[in-house]
Design a protein around this ligand. Sequence first.
Ligand SMILES: N[C@@H](CCC(=O)N[C@@H](CS)C(=O)NCC(=O)O)C(=O)O
Length: 216
Amino acid sequence: MKLYIDPITVNCRKVVAGLDLIGADYEEERLSYFGGDHKQAAYTAINPNAELPALVDGDMKLWESNAILVYAAEKMQNGEAYPPDPKVRADITRWLLWESSKWFEACYVYLVENVVKPMLDNTPDKAILDAHAPMFHARAAVLEASLVDRQWLSAGHPTIADIAIASPMHLHGVQKLPLVDYPNILGWIARVEALPCWQKSDPVPHIPPELLAKVG
Ligand SMILES: N[C@@H](CCC(=O)N[C@@H](CS)C(=O)NCC(=O)O)C(=O)O
């Protein structure tokens, strides 16, 4: 399998950590997100959405990070990271869909305003963040309540659901995600951050130091 990534991005961190949790071997093809490699014809022939990541396995070109996680887990028959019980799979599928339809959107504005804009010498727009906050809190409340009686999202141990949901908040400190009122989320993300697969996929060493210095 060949994985096309830039390790600094949210959805690439997701597949790098997820494939490590799954124990899937792959060859890495590194592209530059800030350099716009994902918009070049060589890559859009693989992912016509011009978005990272993508996976190529033989004649299959697979995009959508959560589909990549499910495919790799099924291919490796990893019953820990993606347990075969239909109810657990349904629960994990629910979290993967919620991440791509709700949670990514809820967290992304903080990444743009508080991380990407400063890196590009622009100022975070407080009005945009204030307008966005109610949506973030409505969705964070769903996650908070779901974690009230559990250490991990599904199955009682780390699965691809935890990796998927953690990814949009992977830089939550510098993103300045307003998590102070969510003790269950904070406890859970600390557990994710202690996982070897999460630590090995840390994007910070891949961010040019001159860009990193611009983020407060
Ligand atoms: N739903 C897609 C989203 C992929 C996505 O948005 N990737 C970002 C990086 S995290 C990207 O490459 N965006 C293209 C751009 O900003 O030009 C997935 O989960 O793979």
